[in-house]
Design a protein around this ligand. Structure first.
Ligand code: MG
Length: 446
């Protein structure tokens, strides 16, 4: 037996807004941040479980408080018992009868549960000596089904359905694992397309992306139709006819506006329209999907839980499902979402970028390929080339693909030096920022 002895919770922020990296129509000045958790036990192996919620700055302190609210379920508990039955561990956290009031199963509290669940998976994978994708892909169909809470899903996906999907994929696991190691998992890049970049920077970065082997790029749109038409034309000229260009409105539009706006971008051959409107608007997305067809609608990075994904699949609201490693309640709920996507035959192209999202979500896509959907066709993981240097096991992305991680764990762990430097507000990076701000205020006043 080993006991969980500590939860270290850190407010980590990167001052990314200075460079307009990550700027889009709804989020003009993000400081990529992590409400970061380290679980420690008294086991002699010394392994820690790391997990985080991704945020974009202000409010990261709210997320850290939500993680702290889960303390009583973790501190002093037998780690083996929790890790041996991760389905029960998920329910222990997600079904807390008082905390549940804050959702239920959505928003700040649900995301905090995700950080804890992902930290437990990180610890479990480290103890098993396996990267998370391999740990999950080595579990039996019955074990995988036991991870999922089917409450609210059974009208669309039953445990028997899930078992059927997983059993059908079982005979091909070994061959697909070999294929994954040899060929990687396709990626696409959003690096060229941030809204704050000039046309010349967009054109240069788009050409670089193609030279690096990417077959799809993505542009942020939705602030100005005139600018969007000029930018997509610039991008199309830069990449030529054979590279796919997706566009992402980051929830900027109403339903009719989305349909109208996309009429003007459609001539440039759009791979998908992402987050056209509110992530809660299931029927609105369905109307947009009908209105912009054959352009697929993509969404998911802000879809709050498996129940909304279920309805979106039932309603035909999305043709590309973009799950996120840190939006819902962790690995378990994302497995439910992968199974729903497989049941409905919808492709999954995860959201990533931010800080640590690429490192974390690649495990889910690779597990999906080996053990769930069994396909990489038309699927790819988003890639943004920012902040990877802060991770113990940064992603290996080259030749347009993610290459499977081999290090034990879930990929969530940041370097200790980065955690120290970027701690908000007292880490050296932010202390220097405060000094600079104070100096410029003094200069203006004098
Ligand atoms: Mg997006």
């Amino acid at each position: 037996m080993s006991v969980i002895t500590a939860m270290e919770i850190l407010d980590i922020r990167f001052p990314t807004s200075r460079e307009l990296d990550g700027s889009d129509a709804m989020n003009p000045d993000p400081d990529y941040s992590a409400a970061y958790l380290i679980l420690r036990t008294d086991a002699e192996d010394g392994h820690e479980g790391h997990g985080f919620v991704f945020t974009i700055g202000r409010g990261n302190e709210v997320e850290t408080a939500a993680i702290a609210a889960l303390r009583e379920h973790l501190l002093g508990r037998d780690a083996e018992e929790l890790l041996a039955d991760m389905g029960a561990a998920w329910k222990l956290l997600a079904h807390d009868s008082q905390l549940r009031w804050l959702g239920p199963e959505k928003g700040v509290m649900h995301m905090a549960i995700g950080a804890v669940v992902n930290a437990l998976w990180d610890l479990k994978a480290k103890r098993a000596g396996l990267p998370l994708w391999e740990l999950l892909a080595s579990m039996s169909p019955e074990e995988i089904v036991s991870l999922v809470d089917f409450r609210y899903l059974s009208d669309a996906l039953t445990p028997e359905d899930a078992l059927g999907i997983l059993r059908a994929a079982e005979p091909g696991r070994t061959a697909r694992r070999t294929e994954l190691l040899a060929e990687g998992y396709p990626g696409y890049t959003t690096t060229p397309g941030w809204l704050g970049y000039s046309d010349s920077k967009l054109s240069r970065l788009a050409k670089e992306a193609v030279a690096e082997g990417f077959t799809q790029i993505k542009l942020k749109v939705g602030a100005s139709l005139e600018d969007d038409i000029r930018r997509i034309r610039t991008a199309r000229e830069a990449v030529g006819p054979d590279v796919r260009i997706a566009v992402d409105a980051n929830q900027r539009w109403d339903v009719q506006e989305a349909i109208e706006w996309m009429r003007h971008l459609a001539p440039y051959d759009v791979a998908w329209i992402e987050e056209p409107t509110s992530p809660d608007d299931i029927l609105g997305h369905a109307a947009i999907a009908r209105g912009v067809a054959p352009i697929p609608v993509a969404t998911g990075e802000h879809v709050q839980n498996r129940v909304v994904f279920k309805q979106m699949l039932q309603a035909g609201s999305l043709q590309v499902l973009q799950l996120d490693a840190a939006r819902v309640a962790g690995v378990n709920e994302n497995i439910a979402i992968l199974l729903l996507a497989a049941k409905f035959g919808v492709r999954v192209c995860p959201h990533a970028g931010g800080v640590g999202l690429c490192e974390a979500v690649q495990h889910l896509s690779m597990f999906d390929f080996v053990a769930v959907s069994g396909t990489m066709e038309d699927r790819m993981i988003e890639f943004v080339d920012h902040l990877h240097e802060h991770f113990v096991t940064p992603v290996d992305v080259h030749s347009g693909a993610y290459w499977p991680p081999s290090a034990p764990g879930a990929g969530n762990e940041m370097l200790a030096a980065s955690l120290a430097d970027y701690r908000y507000p007292d880490g050296p990076v932010w202390a220097a920022e405060a000094n600079t701000a104070a100096a410029s205020t003094a200069a203006v006043e004098s």
